[in-house]
Ligand binder design. Structure first.
Ligand SMILES: Cc1cc2nc3c(=O)[nH]c(=O)nc-3n(C[C@H](O)[C@H](O)[C@H](O)COP(=O)(O)OP(=O)(O)OC[C@H]3O[C@@H](n4cnc5c(N)ncnc54)[C@H](O)[C@@H]3O)c2cc1C
Length: 484
């Protein structure tokens, strides 16, 4: 489904490169009084006049989530001066605990190797994914041993992470490397044509720099909204409700629990061991289904309890936990096009929200961070980003996210394919290309025009195959008994 218009105009490179922070109150200074993560230098004047000034900013990054912080670190390490603006320093409700097989290498560049994350208690090993149905039967999805041998030599392990601890560790690295953080909310983007000229914050600061990164996440999507960028939506609005439980022993690997009895659209529960004795459990369903339950008087907690109670694995756990107080969020898997302008790029979920079941969100955020920052670093001396290089970045972000979202929606969430081949086989049909192509992307590291277009073509072929399979199975009207 297409939303918005957003046909990109020819890029304008005549925007004056300003690098200033303006405000009556000097909110940056005020923010220091509110104990910022890292103080922005104090003092008058609030208008910073020239590039030699120590308060000069090269890049403004909006959003201090994983995508924004990782982008800031890459940029600051290349010698650029970076201000990262984050609205919620309390870091409420971080999610994204089950990593795919490409994420560890992207974390390792910040010094966060798998061994370090494990030894410091921020992570547990993930060697496979298990699908467990309500009748107790299971299917295991494990990367083949051969992938660990020459010539592939792929790491067959990945991680589950405690996101509160991981986010804190990454921010600590960012602060140590020299990223300056401002605790404030960007409320307005000032533009000139397709260029961003400054951003205005809730506390009245006007921040201007030569370059901008929007990493404000899937709900804010500041630049896509400002420039009315076109988008494709995948699947319905969804709601996730989750909480943490102490267990005597956790199950190794990520477990996905599902009913398995041919629902028209799949709902599911994740079980992720973030520590040896702590598991994250989350229920995902459509916004419509949750709304219908709320209309019958259910609270978030009662929905969560009722849904977990369907699975024998959680029955005792939920009954022995008198108070649960789960977190809740809603989202729509949405992929924007043309996520670039003369002096800006969009990264992370602000650019493309991939479904949580794919476990690709963290990898995507870290990849976008690496690729977007590389572009700005490479063209830092220019007045604007070259159109082709920025367009290729945009294409790669879009192609990968569309591939994951299309695959998971058409093969797993939606009924037709799942009902014909059974939910466990559907897991294989989705997982094998998804894991393989994600690895190919990690290996090839497409950056140029040819590699970007070739990988896009490959991803597009698999997307087309999923769509054809979906249409074919839909026309077959498979009986429900085939699933399971
Ligand atoms: C329910 C759920 C489960 C998930 N599970 C997984 C998983 O198992 N594995 C996986 O890999 N991924 C998962 N993901 C995805 C993953 O959490 C994200 O992709 C990842 O955290 C990167 O996010 P981000 O930095 O792009 O956005 P966010 O983490 O949303 O960061 C955006 C930041 O911008 C800030 N911000 C917003 N507006 C403004 C503003 N106006 N001014 C200043 N700051 C602003 C916000 O406070 C926030 O900190 C899941 C996502 C969801 C919703």
């Amino acid at each position: 489904m297409q939303a918005g218009k957003g046909i990109p105009e020819p890029l304008r490179c005549d925007t004056p490169p300003t690098n200033r922070v303006e405000s009556k109150l000097n909110p940056l200074d005020e923010a220091q009084g509110r104990q910022l993560w890292l103080p922005f230098p104090r003092g008058e004047p609030t208008v910073l006049p020239n590039d030699n000034d120590s308060d000069h900013i090269d890049v403004t990054v909006i959003g201090g989530g994983l995508a924004g912080t990782a982008t800031s670190i890459h940029l600051v390490r290349a010698g650029l001066r970076v201000l990262c603006i984050e609205a919620d320093i309390a870091d409420t409700q971080p999610v994204g605990e089950s990593l795919d097989w490409s994420a560890p290498d992207l974390l390792a560049v910040f010094g966060l190797s798998m061994d370090r994350l494990i030894s410091e208690g921020l992570a547990t090993w993930k060697r496979h994914v298990t699908l467990r149905l309500a009748d107790g039967s299971t299917a295991h999805y494990v990367p083949g041993e051969w992938l660990g041998q020459p010539p592939f030599n792929l790491e067959l392990r990945t991680l589950h992470v405690d996101r509160v601890q991981l986010n804190a560790a990454i921010r600590k690295i960012a602060v140590a490397d020299g990223v300056r953080f401002l605790h404030d909310r960007v409320t307005r983007i000032e533009t000139q044509g397709r260029a961003v000229t400054s951003v205005i914050t809730e506390h009245g600061a006007r921040i201007a720099s030569r370059w901008y990164i929007d990493a404000s996440g899937s709900s804010a999507r500041l630049f896509p909204r400002t420039f009315n960028l076109s988008a494709s939506d995948y699947g319905p609005h969804k709601v996730a409700i989750w909480s943490y439980f102490t267990v005597s022993e956790s199950i190794e690997g990520t477990t996905l629990h599902a009913e398995g009895s041919c629902p028209a659209y799949m709902d599911w529960v994740w079980e992720i061991p973030i520590h040896a004795n702590t598991i994250s459990i989350g229920y995902v369903s459509t916004g419509e289904a949750i709304k219908a339950l709320r209309a019958t008087g259910h609270t978030t907690e009662s929905i969560f309890r009722t849904q977990l109670d369907r699975f024998p694995r959680f029955r005792d756990l939920i009954q022995s936990s008198p108070i649960v107080s789960p977190s809740v969020t809603s989202y729509r898997c949405r992929v924007h096009s043309h996520i670039f302008g003369p002096n800006w790029l969009v990264a992370g979920e602000a650019a493309a929200m991939v479904d949580p079941m794919t476990s690709n969100g963290v990898t995507a955020a870290l990849r976008h961070a690496s690729e977007a920052s590389a572009l700005i670093i490479k063209y830092r001396q220019r007045a604007c980003l070259p159109w082709l290089a920025a367009a290729m970045y945009s294409r790669r972000v879009q192609d990968v996210a569309r591939f994951f979202n299309c695959g998971i929606e058409k093969v797993v969430y939606d009924a037709p394919v799942r009902n014909v081949i059974g939910i466990k086989t559907a897991g294989d049909v989705y997982t094998i290309p998804a894991w393989s192509l994600n690895n190919v992307y990690a290996r090839v590291r497409p950056r140029g025009v040819i590699s970007s277009l070739l990988i896009g073509l490959l991803l597009g072929l698999f997307r087309a195959a999923a769509s054809v399979m979906h249409s074919f199975c839909k026309s077959e009207q498979a009986p429900c008994e085939a699933a399971g």
